[in-house]
Write a protein that binds this ligand. Structure first.
Ligand code: PLP
Length: 456
């Protein structure tokens, strides 16, 4: 009974990141089942899931092998605490598998329940690491405007999306934001190369301003996701890592979205952008959304310091009841097995290039100012004026309109203010991509017409 369910939902379920004013009017769309790249609502309407759940259903829906692996594990041993000297087979197997897949020296895994916790853990690891080394003042964190790193208090602070800070303290003593590396919005008249120089210099200047002895970490998504799928300029990753190395600042690559095939690799840091960071955080595609799991993968260099008792009682007092939950780890192991067995990373390269190319062709539409991203991680930015890049006023709600038009036609696309984001399951065929692109094209054309009619 959809209506009864919608009422229970409206009365009791507090949805994350949801505007209460529209929610209270419209209520929820009840998503009821799924198969392949499709989801179906409680009225039986079928949609292409253009957002992969939320950047996470990488191997697509309805995978019986993953469900079976989880059920088997739940029956065998649903849970046991990993505290101290106890482990479970899936947690140990998965840690070894992640060490094998991650760049060279990243061989040690700390588990949590998602991306925010993985990033929170990276902060605690870094602080503990420098403390062990006697560098007790090294605590400050640098991150970018429009970077998204999570929703715990600490990761909300590290997040550079200003909207997320309204009503909260941003731990301003600890966290410092530098510019967003968005080539589309670079200062007018500046070349992309000069923009990259400027960004790298800004990071170095910020470290010097705060004092290298006080800076512990730099947080960066290889491609900024929730901030609008921003691909930094060529050379940015390597050069920012070099700056961090120069001042003994740990580099955390937040791969919560970019890992497990989204860009065609298990991890994008090294394989797409040529860097080996000190820590990689991941979640989402780790289980393809079949179970809640996140991981912080750290280097031998860090592990060797945090794991050796350097002072009496120097215990890394960090952990969660569900660190390394065996059912989640079993889901992740099966998910990775599928990614490997079906060569999904290779498919994500081929089909992802096609997806990117086809979506980039929408940049010829009159309100599309920029189509950016890579492979199965793409964003369309709408503008009122392509020359000046001027935006529509917020009340035009252009992202929302496009998403609603798509939804009517059977495609889920995520609105983000004036932008629309796509991150579908990675198994899409070219024919399915063609359908998605055609729905999106029609929806944008209709929206453009509506906006004109309304005088925007
Ligand atoms: N980091 C990035 C890059 C993300 O996109 C997200 C979520 O979208 C997170 C961290 C937070 O992950 P979670 O919502 O699983 O806590």
């Amino acid at each position: 009974n959809t209506e009864a369910l919608r009422k229970k939902d409206k009365d009791h379920f507090i949805h994350p990141f949801t505007d209460f004013s529209t929610f209270n009017k419209e209520g929820s769309l009840v998503m009821a089942d799924s198969e392949d790249i499709y989801v179906r609502d409680s009225d039986g309407k079928k949609y292409i899931d253009g957002i992969g759940g939320l950047w996470c259903v990488n191997v697509d829906y309805g995978r019986k092998e993953i469900a079976q692996a989880m059920a088997d594990q739940a029956l065998e041993l649903c849970f046991y605490t990993p505290f101290g000297h106890v482990t479970t087979p899936p947690a140990a197997e998965l840690a070894a598998k992640l060490a094998e897949l991650a760049p060279d020296t990243l061989n040690h895994v700390f588990y949590g329940c998602g991306g925010s916790v993985a990033n929170d853990t990276a902060v605690r690891i870094a602080h503990f690491y420098f403390n062990q080394l006697g560098k007790t003042s090294k605590k400050k964190i640098i991150s970018r405007i429009d970077g998204y790193h999570g929703s715990t208090y600490m990761t909300m602070s590290i997040t550079g999306v200003k909207f997320d800070h309204i009503g909260f303290d941003q731990h301003e003593d600890l966290v410092h934001n530098i510019s967003c590396p968005n080539p589309y919005r670079r200062p007018e008249g500046m070349s992309t190369e000069a923009f990259c120089d400027h960004l790298v210099q800004e990071l170095e200047d910020k470290i010097l301003e705060l004092g290298p002895d006080n800076v512990a970490l730099f947080f960066a998504e290889p491609i900024l996701g929730a901030g609008g799928v921003i691909v930094p300029p060529q050379g940015y990753h390597k050069r920012t890592l070099d700056v961090c190395r120069k001042y003994d600042v740990l580099y955390v690559s937040d791969e919560v979205v970019t890992a497990f095939g989204r860009l065609g690799h298990f991890f994008a840091s090294e394989d797409e952008f040529g860097i080996v960071p000190d820590m990689i955080t991941c979640a989402k595609g780790l289980t393809s959304g079949y179970a809640a799991l996140g991981a912080t993968i750290l280097s031998d260099k860090i592990y060797d310091v945090i794991s050796v008792p350097q002072a009496e009682g120097s215990l890394f007092t960090h952990g969660f009841t569900y660190s390394g939950h065996p059912v989640s780890c079993a889901a992740a192991l099966k998910n990775i097995e599928i990614l490997e067995k079906e060569s999904i990373c290779q498919h994500a390269k081929n089909a992802g290039d096609y997806f990117e190319e086809e979506l980039k062709s929408l940049a010829s539409l009159p309100i599309i100012g920029d189509v950016r991203g890579k492979r199965f991680m793409i964003c369309l930015e709408s503008v009122a004026n392509k020359e000046t890049k001027e935006l529509f006023p917020p009340k035009a709600a252009v992202g929302d309109r496009i998403s609603k038009r798509c939804q009517k036609r059977g495609l889920i696309v995520r609105p983000l203010a004036h932008m629309n984001v796509l991150s579908p399951p990675l198994t899409m065929s070219k024919t399915q991509i063609d359908v998605l692109v055609s729905i999106l094209r029609e929806s944008i054309i209709e929206t453009t017409h509506d906006l004109k009619e309304e005088g925007y």
